[in-house]
Design a protein around this ligand. Structure first.
Ligand code: AHM
Ligand code: MG
Length: 330
């Protein structure tokens, strides 16, 4: 059955800020990626390019294709001065579009890349910030502001359907794509994250690499105690967006903790600017929390474009419980 009602385009007209064209372009990128994913196996878009990205990870063909598509589409908005992407070593700066009121967009074009070849869920994550300076040399201070400075953030999930969820700080709304007419319709108005959940989401294969606090917390969730709703169930898709989306709607907690052994992941795997901060903004506006265990994600002062942070995100009570373990109160 087709969803009818408010379209994303109509909803964006209610936003006070002038970035509606940026979000409209992001939704166009989402439609293109969604379509490409559906036929990727047919047009030789699966597999690796042979290259590595700035994080030393193998780059898949679709990662690059999606990155290029987003660059072109966001440039087209005429409002974006600077782009920071997981797939680009350095920020991309468009001198012609740098003016008063232009924006900086940080994005992960394809989140959950390891799911590409197995027809698993994937996502796109985006964060919109204001450009304060106009010159390329002011890019760094603008990009490296705290997550509290985001003016909009959200994600697209490519699963059984394509859904776009975003916030500008006043409510979190989700829009489902009707593929027959290529329009996003409001399907999840004013999303509120449950105060507490029943599931935890973590790559438990890394258990023996974690710090003791992480192991203690997960051990606690696995203990049997009916009164406190334990054990929690484990759910992990390998795509942050998919695990985050479930956690946002149904409650619970997602973690990608620091790694005590792997020198490549001493602060976890996920990137602050285009993974942790945007999802942290969405989760907080929906009533949940996002933390490193030690501090609020949105209060972290970034030090580099591709900085990684531990991420603990989800229902407010579940994240508070995790912080009790990480800060030694339990
Ligand atoms: P990616 O953006 O390169 O795909 O990496 C991020 C992904 C997340 O989507 C997911 O939660 C996590 O990495 C999975 O990592 P792991 O395989 O180590 O559990
Ligand atoms: Mg990625």
């Amino acid at each position: 059955m087709r969803i009818v009602g408010t379209t994303l385009v109509h909803h964006l007209l209610t936003e006070k800020e002038a970035f509606a064209p940026v979000l409209t372009q992001i939704s166009l990128g989402a439609k293109l990626i969604g379509r490409e994913l559906q036929q990727a196996g047919l047009v030789n878009m699966l597999g690796y390019t042979g290259g590595m990205n700035v994080q030393g990870e193998k780059v898949k063909k679709l990662d690059l294709w999606a990155n290029d598509a987003f660059v072109e589409i966001l440039k087209e908005s005429g409002l974006v001065c600077t782009l920071i992407s997981e797939e680009m070593d350095e920020p991309l700066h468009f001198n012609d579009y740098c003016k008063e009121g232009s924006y900086l967009v940080c994005f992960d074009p394809i989140d959950g890349s390891s799911n590409i070849d197995v027809n698993g869920a994937l996502g796109t994550i985006f964060s919109v910030r204001r450009r304060r300076g106009k010159e390329a040399d002011h890019m760094r201070p603008d990009a490296l502001e705290k997550g509290t400075e985001q003016v909009a953030a959200g994600y697209v999930m490519y699963g059984t359907g394509t859904i776009l969820v975003y916030t500008t700080g006043r409510g979190v709304n989700g829009f489902t794509l009707d593929p027959n007419i290529g329009e996003f319709f409001l399907s999840h108005p004013n999303i509120q994250a449950p105060k507490r959940g029943k599931t935890y989401s973590v790559n438990e294969g890394n258990y023996h690499h974690w710090h003791p606090q992480s192991r203690k917390f997960i051990d606690h969730l696995r203990e049997i105690d009916k009164a406190s709703g334990r054990p929690y169930s484990l759910r992990y898709t390998g795509a942050l967006v998919a695990d985050f989306h479930r956690t946002l709607l149904e409650g619970g907690i997602y973690l990608y903790p620091a790694d005590a052994d792997d020198p490549k992941k001493p602060t976890g795997k996920l990137r602050l600017l285009y993974e942790a901060a945007p999802l942290g903004f969405v989760m907080e506006v929906a009533g949940g929390k996002a933390s490193t265990g030690e501090m609020r994600i949105l209060d972290i002062q970034p030090s580099s474009y591709h900085q990684r942070v531990p991420l603990i995100i989800g229902s407010a009570e579940d994240v508070t419980m995790a912080e009790d373990f990480y800060q030694g109160r339990r």
